[in-house]
Design a protein around this ligand. Sequence first.
Ligand code: HEC
Length: 129
Amino acid sequence: MSRVALSALALLALSLSQLVFLGSAQAAGNPEEGRKAFAKCRACHQLEAGKNAVGPSLAGLFGRKAGTSAGFKYSDAMVKSGITWNDETIAKYMADPKGFIPGNKMVFPGIKRETEIADLIAYLKDATK
Ligand code: HEC
């Protein structure tokens, strides 16, 4: 095989491995991108425990029952939803707040891009601990 063909093959192998890497990074969500996307939420949500604002504090979100941040006045719809927050329920709520919990009072249109939702979840997992 010529040297040119060999280096072309090496380049191809390199770009393929990068593609695989990008693919898996995307499936898991990129916390740094999520941190930037959280700007959309920060207007109403704090990550510190006990700091409720327009929206409830998101501290300890994963594994918490919906509507239970102490001292925040939730809608009945949120309190009665019976939802526990995990990757799946948070993703559904972020994508379509009104559709997922009809009657809840979070004034947010929802996020359309699935990668952005995955990024936000990757960020929140750590930031809400
Ligand atoms: C305009 C203000 C506003 C924005 C922007 C906003 N939220 Fe909210 N959020 C609220 C309010 C108000 C509630 C309480 C809803 C209720 O009681 O019905 C809430 C509730 C929540 C809850 C449920 C918390 C709990 O204690 O059960 C989660 C999770 C949440 N928001 C995530 C987000 C994320 C993630 C974003 C950004 C993508 C975001 N919110 C953007 C106002 C906002």
